[in-house]
Design a protein around this ligand. Structure first.
Ligand code: ZN
Length: 145
């Protein structure tokens, strides 16, 4: 399948909008006139995930230790092992109480669609406020309340 040849990414225009085939998955993405290669948002996302993997997904190991425990001045795990900035202190083992790990807040990732929706909502409520302000102004209510 893979031929050793300089790849030209396929593109086409529809009206004034130019589309180009994603260099990774072939999905068509809207691009500017000067684009020579494009990655669709999905592939950009994937690349980002590979470069900066979420702790939950890749580097998470169920040690019972909190994220960043090795940066803590002192961390005692459930077995009583004492760590100072990630370095084990065997002499101190069992002399300290295990560090209580607070459960991390899980922030729900918003989908692109949801972000747009939320954005729209904000805009709408801002508009409402602005309209109300105008009304208040016109009704000379601005100093009331
Ligand atoms: Zn893609």
């Amino acid at each position: 399948m893979a031929r050793k040849k300089k790849i030209e990414y396929h593109s086409y225009t529809e009206g004034s909008i130019r589309y180009m085939s994603c260099m990774t998955c072939g999905h068509y993405e809207v691009v500017g006139d000067t684009a020579t290669g494009v990655k669709c948002s999905n592939c950009v996302m994937k690349t980002m995930m590979n470069q900066y993997p979420l702790e939950e997904s890749k580097s998470y190991k169920p040690t019972g230790r909190p994220a960043g425990w090795h940066w803590m001045n002192e961390f005692v795990d459930v077995d009583g092992n004492v760590f100072h900035k990630g370095k084990e202190q065997p002499k101190l083992k069992g002399t300290l109480k295990p560090t209580v790990v607070k459960p991390r807040k899980i922030t729900k990732r918003r989908s692109r669609h949801q972000i747009l929706l939320d954005h729209h909502k904000v805009r709408k409520s801002e508009l409402k406020k602005a309209v109300q302000k105008q009304k208040d102004f016109l009704n000379h209510n601005i100093d009331k309340g």
